[in-house]
Design a protein around this ligand. Structure first.
Ligand code: SF4
Length: 178
């Protein structure tokens, strides 16, 4: 995942160029998201995902303002996610979605640029974690893949209800649906 470092805001604020070419400036990220959202609403423009679009544009133009996830943090996030899901399972709180919904989600993830591998850099870690998560009945074609925006294990995430409602996912992402 890449995100803006909230502690690094230029003195003249942050500027984002909307797809219609209009430049919008605000003192910090939260306010910039709010102004862009309102600008699109008032102009009857496509709502899109201002938080994600601003992050991507600014991090491309000013990489020093951003924090990028490393392969080590990616693995750590997946491990944390699996342990959390196992805890939920032990408490009998896991709720699964139907097979056709899992398939739809998997199709969306397969075409998504945020779907990235996590186990190739450390095969022993992958083996260990695959064994831990076997009882979660993962959706096998996505095993070893993670959503770089959310940090979960996609083969498990697509099977479960109550997903993370991260705003840093594209508009086509299934997480936007209830
Ligand atoms: S952003 Fe959504 S569609 Fe993309 S990889 Fe993550 S969960 Fe899948």
């Amino acid at each position: 995942m890449i995100r803006l470092n909230p502690n690094l805001v230029p003195a003249d604020g942050l500027q984002y160029t909307n797809p219609d070419g209009v430049a919008i400036t605000a003192p910090d990220f939260r306010q910039l998201v709010a102004v862009v959202t309102e600008y699109r609403r008032l102009g009857n423009l496509p709502r899109g995902n201002p938080e994600l679009e601003i992050t991507e544009q600014l991090c491309k133009a000013h990489p020093r303002l951003c924090i990028r996830e490393t392969s080590r943090t990616r693995l750590a996030r997946v491990q944390d996610y699996i342990e959390t899901v196992l805890t939920e399972k032990a408490a009998n709180r896991l709720r699964r979605v139907e097979a056709d919904e899992q398939l739809q989600r998997a199709k969306i993830c397969s075409a998504c640029r945020f779907n990235v591998n996590w186990d190739k850099k450390c095969p022993p870690c992958g083996k260990k974690l695959f064994s831990r998560m076997a009882c979660l009945r993962p959706y096998d074609p996505l095993k070893g893949q993670t959503c770089s925006q959310v940090g979960d294990e996609l083969s498990v995430a697509v099977t479960l209800r109550n997903q993370d409602q991260s705003t840093l996912v594209p508009t086509e992402c299934w997480r936007h649906k209830k």
